[in-house]
Design a binder for this molecule. Structure first.
Ligand SMILES: [Zn+2]
Length: 205
């Protein structure tokens, strides 16, 4: 599902539990699904430690078909989607916020390379990892960063990592990249929220 720039080597070889999407019934590893939980009768888009979990593909197609009927069947009980509302809009916000959080965390852990050059280099070498780029770069830089996930202005990408600005960032393969890859994929799939600036404000607090 994810293009080469965000695929993480080895993840397919590990023995992950098989998941099945509640909408399309396709199975696969956890890296391509969003986990749904149940709190009371409310469906939430976070894993719930106790109780049943369910999974949905991190794709627009399956998120659009997520409804009470599908979820009631999955959880085998009456459910409410009030906590999620429109799943596509909800996941668009969530993906942007989680990707911003991943960048901040990667920066604090020292596992991110910042700037157009190192990111473009990693991409051109076909290295495994997650590439993020700004939407206000020169044509040349934009070309060099093909395959990277566009996250917002240079200021926006920078602020995610506690910097004034950053044109691009690269999270090399590892635990951090594995998490970020799901959110980066979803950002590419669903686009960015209209109020993206508010998303980063709340995520970097
Ligand atoms: Zn699906």
């Amino acid at each position: 599902m994810l293009p080469a720039a965000t695929s993480i080597s080895g993840s397919s070889e590990r023995h992950e539990p098989k998941r099945t999407c509640v909408v399309c019934r396709e199975g696969g590893g956890s890296g391509q699904f969003l986990e749904l939980g149940l709190i009371g009768n409310d469906v939430v888009l976070t894993p719930v430690s106790k109780g049943r979990g369910a999974w949905v593909c991190a794709t627009r197609q399956c998120l659009e078909k997520l409804d009470n009927r599908v979820l009631a069947r999955a959880f085998k009980t009456k459910v409410s989607m009030d906590a999620i509302g429109d799943p596509v809009a909800f996941c668009r916000d969530l993906a942007s916020r989680r990707l911003v959080e991943s960048l901040g965390l990667a920066r604090r852990q020292g596992v991110v390379e910042i700037g157009v050059e190192p990111t473009a280099r990693a991409l051109s070498r076909g290295e495994e990892g997650v590439a993020v780029m700004a939407d206000d770069l020169s044509e040349r830089s934009t070309r060099q960063l093909e395959g990277a996930t566009v996250l917002g202005s240079s200021e926006f990408v920078g602020r995610a990592m506690g910097l004034k600005r950053a044109g691009a960032a690269w999270i090399p393969a590892g635990a951090m990249a594995e998490k970020a890859a799901l959110w980066a994929g979803l950002v590419r799939e669903l686009g960015l929220p209209e109020q993206n600036d508010e998303v980063v404000e709340s995520a970097v607090e």
